[in-house]
Design a protein around this ligand. Structure first.
Ligand code: SAM
Length: 246
């Protein structure tokens, strides 16, 4: 871990929104906010890893009270500086363990952020933490990629995903531990710099088991926020677990 802000420190926060422009387009954001507003109903929403407010701010603008948990002060500062930034309460902490006051209708964790928890224990704790914040019948929503192991031939541990004139990027996998890392080699003025970020990839069925351990059961699983069916060819899933009453 580089520092208390984790892997989303000042340098990443400064360009986070510009570095993923497609994720900030209305076509990407609106279906997320539609589903979360529907699940929130007359209740409140809790975002784990709220970042710069890509989802939390438009959700709050719909009239849903939103609370965020975020490890990086640098990311949270960017959220607060945006129009409407004071409409989202942010607690600095680890979303696997940090409790905030209140009871929520929906908790959510989007954009592969469950993978930022690099152990199975931490991912299990995250599901428990979500369930403890929810009212009975409340829902926990996770958006995450399906592990892309079909691209990893036997004996190979690295898969490139970007090859350009000034940047090469690749993922490395340890299939024994489900640890993976994304690596970026960037050339500036003829000099190469390397950065990497660790993840733990996790299977949909494994997440269902984590949900059951936390007293939740699967309600829906789609291949996209637009609620297309999840199939064997889906590259990601949007899953909704419901806290079992009682
Ligand atoms: C990929 S960004 C997503 C941000 C935002 N949810 C979005 O959709 O744009 C992941 C965010 O989760 C935060 N994060 C990662 N691990 C965390 C943890 N264990 N506890 C709290 N925040 C964490 C990072 O600092 C970063 O802001």
């Amino acid at each position: 871990m580089p520092d208390a802000d984790g892997y989303f420190g000042e340098d990443i926060a400064a360009t986070y929104d510009e570095s993923s422009p497609d994720m900030f387009r209305p076509e990407a954001v609106d279906p997320v906010v539609d589903l979360l507003a529907e699940l929130a109903g007359d209740g409140a929403a809790l975002e784990f890893g709220v970042g710069t407010g890509r989802i939390a701010l438009p959700l709050a603008a719909r009239g849903v009270p939103v609370h965020g948990i975020e490890m990086s002060r640098a990311m949270a500062d960017r959220l607060r500086d945006k129009p409407g930034g004071d409409s989202v309460d942010v607690t600095i902490g680890d979303f696997a363990t940090t409790r905030v006051p209140g009871t929520f209708a929906v908790a959510y964790l989007v954009f592969n952020t469950i993978n930022n928890l690099t152990t199975q224990d931490a991912q299990v704790a995250c599901f428990r933490n979500a369930a403890e914040h929810l009212r009975p019948g409340g829902t926990f929503v996770v958006e995450v990629g399906v592990p892309d192991l079909r691209r990893l031939p036997p004996g190979q541990t690295a898969v490139p995903f970007r090859i350009g004139p000034t940047q090469w990027a690749f993922d490395t996998y340890d299939v024994a531990t489900q640890a993976m890392s994304s690596h970026y080699v960037t050339i500036t003025d003829g000099k190469a710099a390397h950065s990497s970020i660790p993840f733990r990839y996790v299977w949909p069925a494994e997440l269902d088991l984590m949900a059951r351990l936390a007293g939740m059961r699967l309600r829906d699983r789609w291949g996209e926020w637009s609620r297309t069916p999840f199939t064997g060819e889906s590259t990601k899933h949007v899953s909704v677990w419901e806290k079992v009453a009682g």
